[in-house]
Design a protein around this ligand. Structure first.
Ligand code: CO
Length: 510
């Protein structure tokens, strides 16, 4: 029933029994995803109470199935027969055990309290952000930090409670490893920024900032770009939402969203490319993994490596705009009349420190993540207090980016993550950037002439390479394994340095 093609999983009775439960679990999760997608796109405001109840009932059913004896017995039985198993069987067992363990470690009362506090905090964060007043969010955040610490205890850790949280989002990542990575990234970024400061090149971005662009034209151009990227509209669609995101119900039904930003139209354009990158990944997971826990990206970091790869390594390259700029210029004739493709490419790659992470350029982006990593770790380890956050935030902004946000809205309150208890999530953004750089050099080595292919509109070969080496496996391999199998070494931030040097020496001419 799952697929017309042969199964990737072995024919063993215990695996088949395990799959039966895995399919049900995944179906329930995907039903929730449909409801969630609708909530963010088309649901009228009045639907929120009904929707919250529906989602909460569904979550209860999911939790019950996930923590059932039926599942753990099936996992245990399948584990005993793994001698005859293939790589998909093993990964299925590994991932199901992982989500089972996470679910049973948290008492039901604790999960209920989490849900209550998060939904309250979502409101107070929004209000605090609107009024740019951290104090309106501080009490809820204090409670969240307590809850998150408790969660780390339930999950267990050896060195730092923050390890337990990192592992939720990027399996295998520890604070120690992350600290080493960020130390390197800090030095790399500092070196590049120093060179940019010394550069005599000034970049004109004014034409990106004027208001009054037609929304329809932006939409149509975005759709064309998604087609260039080989996003399949037979198996996916794009809609509008307040915050761009991507989600999937099946490899044959992947949703991405975009928003329109006026005046800075390129931020919605690159948002489209970014979500398109996430979407292409999900569309190309082998359909025979559908309805199982393996049918999704390997981790948040690996997922982000793909969105960033498309957004930056392809989407902000000169060869990509050699291909797409004539069409863009035709679409926005008046605005781009006197702007050459080189001017445009420089403008979309200009480096300016920004208050917010989402607006950051490729060079300063990771400093925003570094700042959050340090703050989160100290908060969870009890070294700093919630009420001191605005001050600490601004001091770190000053130190790392040389600017201080004028208010909390553009500072400590800018991101939604903490209101939902997502501590340990931010580092995956930097992991994604670093993975992407390392993959980029492998792809260039394996496909000489890559830039020329892009300029000719032959982007397919990149997608095919990524499908063959990453996408089709879904969650079959762990993040470390993926990067090792693909590039021949473990994560190495030096590739990111090489990339920045190569690119920005051209943008800023040194
Ligand atoms: Co992303």
């Amino acid at each position: 029933m799952n697929s017309t093609k042969d199964s990737l999983f072995s024919n063993h009775e215990d695996i088949k029994k395990l799959l039966e439960i895995a399919y049900e679990l995944n179906d329930i999760e995907k039903i929730g995803a449909v409801l969630g997608w609708d909530q963010e796109t088309y649901m009228p405001k009045g639907g929120i109470t009904g929707r919250a109840n529906q989602l909460s009932t569904l979550a209860g059913i999911h939790h019950e199935k996930l923590t059932s004896d039926r599942l753990i017995n099936a996992i245990d039985r399948a584990s005993m027969t793994l001698g005859e198993a293939n790589v998909y069987d093993r990964s299925l067992v590994r991932e199901l055990r992982r989500i089972y363990d996470q679910a049973v470690k948290l008492p039901v009362e604790f999960v209920k309290r989490q849900t209550e506090v998060f939904s309250r905090a979502d409101q107070s964060w929004q209000e605090a952000k609107e009024k740019s007043d951290f104090r309106l969010f501080a009490d809820d955040l204090k409670e969240i930090v307590e809850l998150v610490r408790k969660q780390a205890e339930y999950f267990g850790f050896t060195d730092s409670p923050y390890d337990a949280l990192l592992d939720i989002y990027e399996p295998g990542l520890t604070s120690r490893k992350a600290a080493e990575i960020f130390k390197q990234v800090k030095v790399i970024t500092g070196n590049i920024l120093e060179k940019i400061e010394k550069s005599e090149v000034t970049i004109n971005q004014d034409f990106l900032k004027r208001t009054g662009l037609s929304k329809k034209k932006q939409w149509d151009f975005g759709i064309d770009i998604l087609k260039v990227m080989e996003f399949d509209f037979e198996r996916g669609r794009q809609d509008e939402s307040a915050h761009p995101f991507s989600t999937n119900f099946h490899p044959h039904d992947v949703r991405v969203t975009t928003r329109f930003t006026d005046p800075f139209f390129t931020s919605s354009l690159f948002g489209t490319i970014h979500e398109g990158g996430h979407g292409i990944y999900e569309q190309n997971v082998d359909e025979r993994l559908a309805r199982t826990v393996l049918c999704e990206g390997a981790s948040l970091g690996i997922h982000e490596s793909q969105s960033r790869f498309w957004e930056n390594y392809v989407g902000r390259s000169l060869s990509f705009w050699a291909l797409c700029y004539p069409e863009l210029r035709k679409t926005f004739k008046r605005r781009l009349k006197n702007v050459s493709v080189n001017d445009f490419w420089r403008a979309i790659n200009a480096v300016n420190p920004s208050y917010t992470r989402v607006e950051a350029d490729e060079v300063t982006y990771n400093l925003h993540v570094l700042l959050r990593f340090e703050i989160e770790k100290d908060l969870i380890e009890g070294k700093i207090e919630v009420e001191d956050l605005p001050e600490i935030w601004n001091a770190k902004m000053k130190e790392y980016l040389g600017i201080v946000p004028p208010n909390d809205e553009l500072g400590v309150l800018q991101d939604i993550h903490w209101s939902g208890g997502a501590f340990g999530y931010f580092p995956t953004y930097t992991m994604g950037n670093l993975y992407a750089a390392q993959m980029y050099y492998t792809i260039r080595e394996k496909i000489p002439g890559m830039d020329a292919y892009i300029a000719e509109g032959n982007v397919k070969f990149i997608t095919e390479f990524l499908i063959k080496n990453i996408y089709r496996y879904g969650k079959t391999f762990m993040p470390d394994e993926i990067i090792l199998r693909l590039t021949g070494e473990s994560l190495n931030p030096e590739y990111f340095e090489k990339y920045l040097e190569e690119k920005y020496s051209k943008v800023y001419k040194w």
